[in-house]
Design a protein around this ligand. Structure first.
Ligand SMILES: C[S@@+](CC[C@H](N)C(=O)[O-])C[C@H]1O[C@@H](n2cnc3c(N)ncnc32)[C@H](O)[C@@H]1O
Length: 286
């Protein structure tokens, strides 16, 4: 019998989360799953406020990259559903979740009571797993796209909000590559594409360089759990409250871990003169 791939862990403070034994990583480290989802993704991207402000059509689209045990998706759905509770007309919202291996979600469902945020969601998540789409609220659809996100251009409509939440670059390099960030950027490259923000837990210089070279505007994100800062990217500069500036750019040059990530292997190193020359021409720094 093969060893189980996931285990339920108790976080400091008593909440539960999931640890992938294969990747050696605990999800939502430092805080409970929903607090991280709310602070880092849903709150920082002002999701409920933006949904409330958008018109009925076209739908407001969220990409949830790395569905995992679904804390980000459920926190987002709950925040949007609460709009109806305060008398908002039901908006048209599509959540598109991407996942290479849904066994983590299946495992989490077995521990829904301990994880708390999944309790009461078993039928909706079950429907998502079985049919690939669920309807968690009037006007809202939740889609599951199975497979390796880094290898296929998503067919979902252009997103307004992206929760970018794979494992760390050291364990999940293909998701953090220039090629993957360019593919996501291409989805919001059209001048008619919606204003789009993308949040992530890292503050790594090499990841930020990679996002910039892929065409994103990149800023400092909110603190969450044990992290003093995170990263937020956008397809338009005006969407960032704290864009990375010239002082950050000059630190890139002396950093030993500032080379953009390419391909499917995690290789660290200083940025090359050619990549630095491209970086300083980014409109964010002009
Ligand atoms: C840190 S967990 C996500 C936690 C989740 N967002 C939540 O809110 O609970 C990372 C997830 O990304 C998924 N993942 C990693 N590489 C992937 C890939 N190439 N394509 C799609 N999903 C991937 C993993 O299987 C894992 O479930």
């Amino acid at each position: 019998m093969s060893a189980p791939s996931y285990e339920l862990v108790t976080l400091r403070g008593g909440a539960h989360s999931i640890r992938s034994t294969a990747h050696g990583e605990t999800m939502h480290i430092g805080t409970d799953p929903c607090t991280e989802a709310m602070e880092l993704h849903v709150g920082q991207q002002r999701l409920a406020e933006r949904v409330a402000a958008c018109s009925e059509s076209p739908p407001f689209v969220v990409w949830d990259i790395g569905l995992g045990p679904a804390a980000n998706a459920i926190t987002a759905i709950t925040a949007i559903k609460e709009l109806n509770g305060v008398g908002m007309v039901a908006k048209s919202v599509e959540i598109h979740s991407y996942e290479i291996d849904t066994s983590v979600l299946e495992f989490s469902l077995l521990h829904a009571a301990a994880l708390k945020y999944l309790a009461g969601w078993e039928a909706t998540v079950g429907e998502l797993l079985v049919s690939g789409v669920a309807r968690p609220a009037p006007g809202m659809t939740w889609h599951l796209h199975r497979g390796d996100f880094s290898r296929s251009r998503p067919e979902a409509p252009s997103p307004s909000a992206i929760f970018f939440d794979p494992y760390s670059p050291a364990r999940n390099a293909e998701m953090w590559s220039l090629e993957t960030f360019r593919m996501i950027r291409d989805a919001v490259a059209d001048p008619d594409a919606p204003h789009c923000t993308m949040t992530n837990y890292t503050r790594s210089t090499s990841v930020r360089v990679t996002m910039l070279l892929a065409g994103w505007f990149v800023g400092t994100g909110v603190p969450t759990g044990e992290k003093e800062e995170t990263t937020i990217a956008a397809n338009r500069p005006g969407l960032l409250e704290k864009p990375l500036d010239g002082a950050w750019l000059s630190r890139v040059r002396s950093s030993t871990n500032s080379s953009p990530l390419r391909g499917r292997n995690y290789e660290r190193g200083p940025i090359s003169p050619e990549d630095y020359a491209r970086l300083i021409t980014h409109p964010q720094f002009s």
